[in-house]
Design a protein around this ligand. Structure first.
Ligand SMILES: Cc1cc2nc3c(=O)[nH]c(=O)nc-3n(C[C@H](O)[C@H](O)[C@H](O)COP(=O)(O)OP(=O)(O)OC[C@H]3O[C@@H](n4cnc5c(N)ncnc54)[C@H](O)[C@@H]3O)c2cc1C
Length: 370
């Protein structure tokens, strides 16, 4: 099929701001730009009909920190970066809730628990030792009193202790995306799916080429392409795929709220009388370093085992399974990259595994930078 003259030359008008990537960061960046420059022509393009990276495929944790992950992150990054990212996530979550409303994303502050079994009893001891110090820093940074508390009680089998964060909550990923997408549409932002950006040339403005030889013209080009950014520009980002499964509806759900295990490698929550469980990426790190939106049988089998043995305590039917791609630093850095690569060319990417909360801060910081 060839595109018509009209489709190629006139359908998509030149933009003042062209954003590549219709995930949470791309959409919120577009909204913030339109608020700041109401007369500007703001467009967002994505290679898929809607964002199909991480923003519609995540677990819906409104989270900003867990103790083991902080301890682990401090091994790979500076304390300044680690706590700055936690702060950005916390402020981003607040911003997201204030701007779009808890009702419009089914947000519920049910809290989160990081559980420990005999298999990671050393991590529990290390966690308990660190709670006081981490709480003091988070109190200074975020003004939150005693973010983490320890308890030895749990409704789950094999648990020897858990560390709770009562400030975290859960949301409905589909409703959040729909709310932000609809908000962008009503502001007059042009949203175009099915256009994969391949390259660009620039003279005084950008000529952006897509896979069907459609050229988009823009004064500013903004890459909100998260894990896929290194396919366009050379940045310290690698793809980290994550698998998710959702059980059949279960009577008397054994848990409510958010749960983490093994440095956040396993995470689960309740949704519509079902259990959503994700992770186990650590059992096949090489296989899960991938741009392909495919399910990984080895990881899915491990998630099914974990669901049965650690959460529900009996065999359970799995109704949904899928994968999504996160963007992380090559040495596991999780702080986002927000910068101007060259005049009028910007990037906001590398959102890590807690990017829902982070997305609002990143979009705000990027527009402030611009
Ligand atoms: C399985 C999983 C579970 C997660 N769970 C949680 C959670 O519970 N809580 C939490 O806070 N975070 C979670 N995250 C992380 C969070 O979803 C992401 O950090 C966040 O959605 C990133 O948003 P984004 O807009 O930066 O990127 P994305 O949503 O990945 O958007 C990038 C977009 O760019 C598009 N794109 C890429 N290249 C091109 C191109 N060349 N041309 C056109 N379009 C292009 C892609 O199609 C994609 O839609 C999870 C992620 C995964 C994968």
């Amino acid at each position: 099929m060839n595109f018509s003259y009209w489709e190629k030359e006139y359908l998509i008008p030149p933009s003042d701001y062209l954003i590549v990537g219709m995930g949470l960061v791309g959409l919120q960046t577009a909204i913030n730009l339109k608020e700041k420059h109401p007369k500007a022509n703001v467009s967002v393009v994505d290679r898929h009909g809607w964002g199909l990276g991480a923003s519609t495929r995540n677990a819906g944790f409104g989270c900003f920190a867990n103790v083991s992950e902080i301890i682990d992150d401090l091994k790979n990054d500076t304390a300044e970066n680690v706590y700055q990212t936690v702060g950005k996530r916390y402020r981003g979550l607040k911003l997201l809730r204030e701007k779009y409303g808890d009702k419009n994303m089914d947000y519920q502050t049910k809290g989160s628990q990081e559980i420990f079994t005999k298999l990671n009893s050393e991590a529990l001891a290390q966690g308990i030792d660190s709670i006081r110090g981490i709480n003091t820093i988070l109190d200074q940074e975020l003004g939150l009193d005693r973010v983490f508390t320890y308890t030895s009680k749990s409704s789950l089998p094999n648990v020897i202790g858990s560390i709770q964060n009562s400030y975290e909550g859960q949301l409905n990923t589909g409703r959040l995306y729909q709310t932000i997408y609809h908000h962008a549409q009503t502001m007059g932002i042009q949203l175009w799916g099915g256009l994969e950006v391949k390259s660009w040339d620039r003279t005084h403005s950008f000529h952006v080429k897509t896979q069907h030889n459609i050229t988009l013209k823009t004064k500013h080009l903004i890459l909100c392409t998260n894990a896929f950014t290194p396919l366009l520009v050379n940045e310290n980002i690698k793809p980290c795929r994550g698998q998710v499964i959702v059980s059949e509806p279960i009577d008397n759900l054994p848990i409510e709220g958010l749960y983490h295990y093994d440095n956040g490698y396993y995470y689960w929550r309740d949704i519509d009388h079902r259990i959503l469980l994700g992770g186990a990426r650590n059992i096949d790190i090489d296989g899960e370093t991938s741009f392909a939106l495919e399910t990984n049988d080895k990881v899915v089998r491990e998630l099914e085992r974990f669901m049965e043995e650690q959460i529900v305590g009996r065999p359970v039917k799995i109704d949904y399974k899928w994968s999504g791609i996160m963007g992380m630093g090559k040495s596991q850095q999780k702080n986002p990259i927000i910068k101007e690569i060259e005049p009028q060319l910007f990037i906001a990417a590398r959102l890590g595994g807690m990017g829902v909360a982070l997305s609002a801060s990143v979009a705000e910081d990027l527009v402030n930078l611009m």
